[in-house]
Design a protein around this ligand. Structure first.
Ligand code: SAH
Length: 243
């Protein structure tokens, strides 16, 4: 069964964009996933094809109209979860990506301007998703990120079915560091243990590196993983999930 991506956007020409290349592009050509775009503007009702209006209460920018976006959404089959890109959403996680990839597909709403009229989220079942704590100019890049993360997990897209299993976040930790030939580069050599051929020793080294790097770089992940609390430079104890 083909994993089905539907993107609602004011800029359909942005798709498939980068997803037309490499692994995702090949998988698209092989029909392992499909892509449909919906031009939100096609659902505007006035002669100027207006999709936005000024914010109630005043302030800068424009807001996407709930009636127009809902009409666009209602025009498509409701067989996949609907996600809206917004910095106000739940941070996207590898666990959510994995569950989306295992499902029928994803329908993604891309915002522009100041975002969506809030009533849209009250009136329709829409999961609000953020790709990180920074502001993009539109949801299209977020949709590409979300789709890329899902597509690589669709069966048959990545070479070996197991090759995603050790990736950062899959284990709750960052992945261990990688090395490849040449053995010596600018006076630096590959860690000896990786050349030992001792698979148990290599696995133990990788595990300890993954733990040490996660503790150092991502104390939030480390503590969520159940690691010992990491002292911040000020000496204040971090709370789980807090930056
Ligand atoms: N005024 C809004 C930001 C609007 S940015 C706010 O402060 O919350 C315009 C659009 O870009 C959003 O509607 C959303 O679709 C997209 N966008 C911006 N940042 C994003 C992020 N971190 N994650 C997902 N989508 C984002």
């Amino acid at each position: 069964m083909t994993w089905r991506a539907t993107v609602l956007t004011l800029y359909p020409d942005m798709f498939p964009g980068p997803l037309g290349h490499s692994l995702a592009g090949r998988a698209l050509a092989e029909n392992r996933w499909s892509l449909d775009t919906v031009q939100i503007r096609d659902f505007a009702t006035d002669k100027h094809r207006t999709v936005d209006d000024t914010p109630a209460g005043g302030g800068a920018g424009m807001v996407l109209r709930a009636d127009v976006v809902a009409a666009a959404l209602d025009s498509i089959a409701a067989d996949a979860p609907v996600l809206a890109m917004t910095p106000r959403g739940a941070p996207l996680s590898q666990a959510r990506v994995r569950s989306l990839a295992a499902g029928p597909g994803a329908t993604i709403l891309c915002g522009r301007f100041e975002g969506f009229d809030e009533r849209l989220f009250e009136a329709r079942a829409i999961e609000q998703v953020s790709i990180g704590d920074y502001i993009l100019s539109g949801g299209e890049m977020g949709a590409l990120v979300l789709l890329d993360a899902c597509i690589r997990l669709i069966p048959g897209v990545m070479g070996a079915p197991s090759s995603g299993d050790e990736e950062s976040f899959e284990t709750g930790l960052l992945e261990y560091p990688h090395y490849t030939r040449p053995y010596e580069w600018e006076g630096r050599t590959i860690p000896e243990v990786l050349r030992s051929g001792d698979h148990a020793k290599i696995a133990a080294w990788r595990k300890s590196m993954a733990e040490a790097d996660t503790r150092l770089r991502r104390p939030d992940l480390w503590e969520r993983h159940g690691g010992d609390p990491v002292q911040s430079p000020s000496g204040a104890r971090r709370k789980n999930g807090n930056e």
